[in-house]
Design a protein around this ligand. Sequence first.
Ligand code: PLP
Length: 416
Amino acid sequence: MKQSQTYLTTSLKDILPTSSELSIGNIPLSQIEKLVSTTPFYAYDRQLIINRVKQLKNTLPKEISLHYAIKANPYPSLVQLMAEQVSGFDVASKKEMLLAIQTGMPVNKISFAGPGKTIEDIEAAIIAGVTLHVESVGEIAKVELAAKQLKLKANIALRVNPAFELKASGMKMSGGAKPFGIDEEQIAQVLKDLPLKQVNLRGFHIYTGSQNLKAEAIIAAQQQTFALAQQLVELTSKITNIKIDYLNIGGGFGVPYFANEQPLAVSAIADNLQALLQQYKALTDGVELILELGRYLVAEAGIYVCKVVDIKVSRGTKYLVCDGGLHHHLANSGNFGQVIRKNYPLAIGNKLNSKELEQVNIVGPLCTPLDVLADKIMLPKASLGDYVVVFQSGAYGASASPKDFLSQPQLSEILL
Ligand SMILES: Cc1ncc(COP(=O)(O)O)c(C=O)c1O
C-alpha cells in the first residue's frame, strides 16, 4: 500500500490534482476508484485513526486501558492497525475473535461479549484463552460444561446489567429488563454458585449504552459504575475470596452525525475519571480499568463513496440516482436505529469547491423508497459519474448493512 501510495501521489499531480477533489490518505477519489476497481467503496484514513487514538490516550488518565470493539468496523486491515493502537479488543462473535487473535493481540486482552453465544463459540474462546463475558446464568452452565469436556479452565468476566441506565444514549443497554448481562441483584447468588473448578473469574463488565454525545450523562453513568463496581468487588472477595484483575467500565462515546450535534466533551469525562480514580484508589489498585469504544475511534475516519448513474426530475424534485445506497450503508438510509431520518454530512466528492448549488434528493438503486442517501440537500450541481460521498461512515457501515439485498454488486473497502 505504501508503494502504490507514493506512486499514486506523484503521478497524480499530472493527472487529476484538482483541489476540488476529496482525498483520503493523500489519494484522490478517482485514484482510489482505480485501486479498488469500481464504486461503491468505503475508504478509511489510517492517519486519522492513529491521531484519534493518540489524542484520546493523551486526554484520558494513564491508568485507563483502551479497548476497541471490533463490531464497529471489522475490516481486517483496520483491525490490524487497531492492534497497534489499543491495548485490547472486544469481540462479539467467533469470527471476530479469530480476527482479533490473528492480529497478534495477546489473548488475555481479548474479551468476547454478547447474548446467545453457542457452545461452539464458548469452546472456541476456552481453547483460545479468550475471556468470555458471560451474559446469563444459563451461559455460565454452558461454559462449565464446555470447560469440563475440554478439560480446560475458562476465563470469564461477569457482564452486569446495572439498575441504572446511560441517559441520552442512541442505544441504551442497561437498566430495567435487558437481554444483556446478569441483573446486578442476581450477582451475589451467581458468585455463590460459580463453578470455580471450571472457571477463572477475571472481572466485571458494565456496559450501559452507545452513541452518547452528552458528557454529563457519561459522567453520571461512570459515577454509578464505580459505585456498583465497589460493591461487586467487595461481594466477590467476601463470597469467593477472588481478587479480580479487571473492571470493564463500558464506553458509549458518540460522534456527531447530524447538523445540530456537537462533538463529545471528552476532557470533562477524563477529568471525572481522574477524580474517580482518586476516590476509588483501593478498588482500582492492581485492577486494570478498561474503556471499551468502537465508533468513537473509527467513525470519523471513514467515507462511503458511490457514483451518480442517473439524474431525473419527478414533478419538480430532482433525484440523483446512485450505484450505492441502503444495502451498503444502512445507517445513512435512516434504518439502523434512527427514529426520524436525518441526512449524514454529504458532498459531491469531485466538486468540493463548486459554488453552483442546487437542492436534490439522493437515492440508491434499490426498488424501495427506503433506499435514501439524502433528502432535500443543497449540494453542488452534479453530473453523471460524479462521486457522492457520505462522511462519518467509518463505523457500522459495510458490516452493518444488508449487502445481498436485491443481489446488487458487492462493494469494496480500503484502508489508506
Ligand atoms: C458490549 C458492547 N461493547 C462495545 C460496543 C461499541 O459501541 P460503540 O461503537 O458505540 O462505541 C457495543 C455496541 O453496541 C456493545 O454492545
